[in-house]
Design a protein around this ligand. Structure first.
Ligand SMILES: Cc1ncc(COP(=O)(O)O)c(C=O)c1O
Length: 312
């Protein structure tokens, strides 16, 4: 997807021109993958715009940094305020927001302890992530990382080498996305999405112990399902659950709620988005777009005029 530039990027507390946000090739992160980052969406509202679950995303950034012993000199509040300041300065909404913290320039060697930490936040327009209305996906031949290798709960740059292998393999084989199994052969997640299955009216998702990222959309969908009285089960599942499911869908900030039409060329249900998927997707987008009540306080308003690109 070609990157659309904006005017400013937030760097260590200041707004700098987009084209000045550069790093040196000898920065630690370039060699050793030592970054943690977030992906956040800002949605158009009937009047203005709002960021979806901003503090939760910034808390996950702080958690990811903590796992990697990376000192971040900014509080949750400072990071959240920086996002609002940036969107208002760039006047770009709806948009995708990419905060990133990494080990910078000045030290060589694997141990990152003395490498400086840099924090940047960019925002830019970004549309649909998974092409089409429903996705034809495969089970990947690549596994997610085993426990106690690369921590799945940290959203770290290095994790996405595994994601790249999953996504590229799916792509060359004519699928839009791959679902990875964990090291024990149980269902895990997509290259950049959490996984949900519906069977006999019960909503299943893979637990954190199956090498998944603790997705914020996953949490939102679980919250909405409980609100609707849909039974929710988080449990380890074998891959064949995908083939006998009534409904399967992905969740993610980029993917939002994406119905899955087929897995390994086996049609899911009757091949159309199922009723539970639609109910959850409509409520999720309705809240995000300010068309349904924000009963959980998920929206942080920003003072910028935005077009509403999605209507429910
Ligand atoms: C590997 C992986 N799993 C799941 C998700 C979904 O997480 P969220 O809903 O917080 O975007 C993402 C996206 O950030 C991801 O990269």
């Amino acid at each position: 997807m070609p990157l659309q530039t904006t005017g400013k990027i937030w760097h260590n507390g200041n707004l700098i021109p987009w084209e000045k946000a550069n790093i040196h090739v000898m920065s630690h992160v370039v060699h050793y993958g030592s970054s943690v980052f977030e992906g956040i969406r800002c949605y158009g509202q009937p009047s203005g715009a709002a960021v979806f679950r901003l503090p939760e995303h910034m808390q996950r950034l702080l958690d990811s940094a903590k796992i990697y012993r990376m000192p971040l000199p900014y509080s949750l509040e400072q990071l959240s305020n920086a996002v609002v300041e940036l969107i208002e300065a760039n006047e770009v909404a709806p948009c995708y927001i990419r905060p990133i913290a990494f080990r910078g320039y000045g030290e060589m060697g694997v141990n990152p302890k003395n490498a400086p930490v840099d924090v940047y936040i960019a925002n830019f327009p970004w549309g649909k992530y998974v092409a089409g209305d429903a996705a034809d996906v495969c089970v990947s031949s690549w596994n997610r990382s085993a426990p106690n290798t690369v921590p799945s709960l940290a959203k770290a740059g290095g994790n996405y080498l595994n994601s790249q292998l999953i996504r590229m393999e799916a792509d060359v084989n004519g699928y839009v996305e791959g679902i990875a199994l964990d090291v024990n052969g149980y269902l895990s997640e997509g290259s950049g999405e959490n996984l949900f299955i519906v069977r006999n009216g019960v909503l299943y998702t893979t637990p954190l112990a199956n090498s998944v990222l603790s997705g914020i959309t996953r949490d939102s969908v679980l919250t909405l399902a409980r609100h609707f009285g849909i039974p929710v089960v988080e449990q380890a599942m074998p891959r064949e659950m995908l083939y006998i499911a009534d409904e399967v869908f992905f969740t993610g900030t980029a993917a939002e709620v994406t119905p899955i039409r087929s897995v390994d060329r086996i049609t899911v249900g009757d091949g159309n988005a199922g009723s539970i998927t639609k109910q959850l997707a409509d409520e999720f987008l309705g809240i995000a777009n300010g068309l349904r009540p924000d009963r959980y306080g998920w929206l942080t308003p920003v003072n910028v005029h935005a077009e509403q690109v999605v209507s429910v």
